[in-house]
Write a protein that binds this ligand. Structure first.
Ligand SMILES: *[C@@H]1O[C@H](CO)[C@@H](O)[C@H](O)[C@H]1NC(C)=O
Ligand SMILES: *[C@@H]1O[C@H](CO)[C@@H](O)[C@H](O)[C@H]1NC(C)=O
Ligand SMILES: *[C@@H]1O[C@H](CO)[C@@H](O)[C@H](O)[C@H]1NC(C)=O
Ligand SMILES: *[C@@H]1O[C@H](CO)[C@@H](O)[C@H](O)[C@H]1NC(C)=O
Length: 356
C-alpha cells in the first residue's frame, strides 16, 4: 500500500474519529434517550404530530426543537439530566418519498448533528437518522455514524413513505431488510422505533371521523405497535437473535395485550407465521421500553413486573414534554434509590454501552 495512502487514511480517521467520551457509571443524574431536535433543512417536512406542552406556544416548541446548547442544556442542569441522546424529530427522513433526496439528506443531517454535539460529548449523544428506502445504504450509514461519530444506534420514525403519491409504505419486517438487521446485530447498537403521522391516504381513511386522535393521543401507538408486532411475527428476532429494539411511550400499549396476542396467534399457526417463539417472549429478549411522554405510575409498576426492571428506561420526550414534569414524576415514585438509579440511568448506560 503506498505510503501517502496510509497518511491520508490516518489523518481522516483522526479528523472523523469517534467522539471521545469518558463515561462511567458513577453519578446519579439521569440519561434520557427519546429527545427530539430539528435542523433548518428539515422544516419543509410534514408536521411532527406533537403538540407543545400546555402553557407553551408552537413557536416556543419550534425554538426548543432547534436549540441544543442553550435552554435544552439549562433544563438538563436544572432537572438532574446528565446525558441526553438526540434524535431527529418525527417524521424526519421517513417523511421523504424521494429516495435520492432522502439519501442525500441522510448524510448531511448526520454530519451536522455530529458536528453540533462534538464540543459536549459528555452531555449529548445521538441516534442516526436513516433513509430506509435502501436497506444496504441504511446499513452503511449506520456503520459510518457509529464507527466514525460514536453514534449510539439509530432512530426510525415508523414506516418509510415512498412512491410518487407517497402511498407505498415500507416496513422493516420484510426479508429485504435482513441486510440492515445483519449490520445492526454486528454493530451491537439499538434501533429505536418512534411513531410518525400517517401519509394523507391513511389519514383520510382512518381518521377523518375523529382527527384529534392523530399523534400522541392514539394513532402513534396504534400504527407503531403494528410495525413492532410485524418485526416479532415475521421472525426478524429469530434470524437476528441479538437485536435490541427500543419502543417509547411505555411500549405503545402492546405489553398490556401480550396474553391476548399470544392466544390469538396460537390459533393461526397453520397460516405460516414465520416467528418461531411465542410473541410475548421477544419482549423479554429483544425489546426495551422507555417512559417517554407516558408518566403513568401504575403502568410503570405493571411493565416492570411483567418485563423486568432492567427493560424499562426513563425518558422524557423533550421538547413535547418538559424535563421538569419528568423530574417531578421520578421524585414521586416510591422506589428505593437503587431502583430509581437503574431506571433513570443504569439501564440506559448498559443498553447503549455508554461505559464501554
Ligand atoms: C467517572 O467519571 C467522573 C466524572 O466524569 C470522574 O470524575 C471519575 O474520575 C470517573 N471515575 C472513574 C473510576 O473513572
Ligand atoms: C458548543 O458550541 C455551541 C455552538 O457554538 C455553543 O453554543 C456551546 O456553548 C458550546 N459548548 C461547549 C461546552 O463548549
Ligand atoms: C442501495 O444501496 C447500495 C449501497 O449503497 C447500492 O450499491 C445500491 O445500488 C442501492 N440500490 C438502489 C436500488 O439504489
Ligand atoms: C407527498 O408528500 C409530500 C410531503 O412529504 C407532499 O408535499 C406532497 O404533496 C405529497 N404528495 C401527494 C400526492 O400526496
Amino acid at each position: 500500500m503506498p505510503c501517502y495512502y496510509l497518511v491520508f487514511v490516518l489523518s481522516v480517521s483522526v479528523l472523523v474519529g469517534a467522539v471521545p467520551r469518558k463515561w462511567n457509571d458513577t453519578g446519579v443524574g439521569s440519561v434520557i434517550i427519546e429527545e427530539a431536535y430539528s435542523l433548518p433543512q428539515l422544516t419543509e417536512l410534514p408536521p411532527s404530530g406533537g403538540d407543545p406542552p400546555l402553557g407553551q406556544t408552537t413557536a416556543q416548541l419550534h425554538a426548543n426543537l432547534a436549540d441544543i446548547h442553550t435552554q435544552r442544556l439549562a433544563s438538563m442542569d436544572a432537572t438532574g439530566v446528565d446525558f441526553m441522546v438526540l434524535s431527529c424529530a418525527s417524521p424526519c427522513l421517513q417523511g421523504i418519498s424521494d429516495p435520492v433526496l432522502a439519501d442525500s439528506l441522510m448524510t448531511s443531517v448526520n454530519d451536522e448533528t455530529a458536528s453540533l454535539i462534538s464540543n459536549n460529548s459528555m452531555r449529548f449523544g445521538a441516534f442516526a437518522a436513516l433513509s430506509m428506502h435502501n436497506a444496504s445504504a441504511a446499513a452503511e450509514e449506520l456503520r459510518r455514524t457509529v464507527d466514525g461519530y460514536g453514534f449510539l444506534g439509530a432512530l426510525v420514525n415508523d414506516y418509510q413513505q415512498s412512491g410518487s403519491d407517497n402511498a407505498t409504505l415500507l416496513y422493516y419486517d420484510q426479508p429485504e431488510y435482513d441486510v440492515f438487521w445483519d449490520a445492526v446485530q454486528e454493530l451491537d447498537v439499538p434501533i429505536y422505533f418512534h411513531p410518525r403521522i400517517p401519509v394523507a391516504q391513511v389519514t383520510a381513511l382512518d381518521y377523518a371521523h375523529a382527527p384529534w386522535l392523530l399523534g400522541a393521543p392514539h394513532q402513534f401507538a396504534v400504527e407503531l405497535s403494528s410495525h413492532v408486532a410485524g418485526l416479532c411475527t415475521n421472525g426478524v428476532f429469530d434470524r437476528f437473535p441479538k437485536l435490541k429494539i427500543i419502543v417509547g411511550h411505555l411500549g405503545e400499549r402492546i405489553p398490556s395485550d401480550l396474553w391476548r396476542i399470544d392466544d390469538g396467534l396460537s390459533r393461526k399457526l397453520a397460516s405460516g407465521i414465520p416467528m418461531k417463539k411465542p410473541f410475548s417472549s421477544y419482549w423479554k429478549t429483544n425489546i426495551w421500553e422507555t417512559t417517554s411522554g407516558n408518566f403513568a405510575t401504575d403502568l410503570l409498576h405493571f411493565h416492570t413486573s411483567i418485563l423486568g426492571p432492567e427493560r424499562i428506561l426513563y425518558s422524557v420526550d423533550y421538547p413535547f414534554v418538559t424535563m421538569q414534569q419528568g423530574a417531578e414524576w421520578v421524585d414521586s415514585l416510591r422506589w428505593s434509590e437503587g431502583e430509581k438509579l437503574g431506571f433513570v440511568r443504569g439501564n440506559a448506560i448498559r443498553l447503549l454501552g455508554l461505559d464501554r
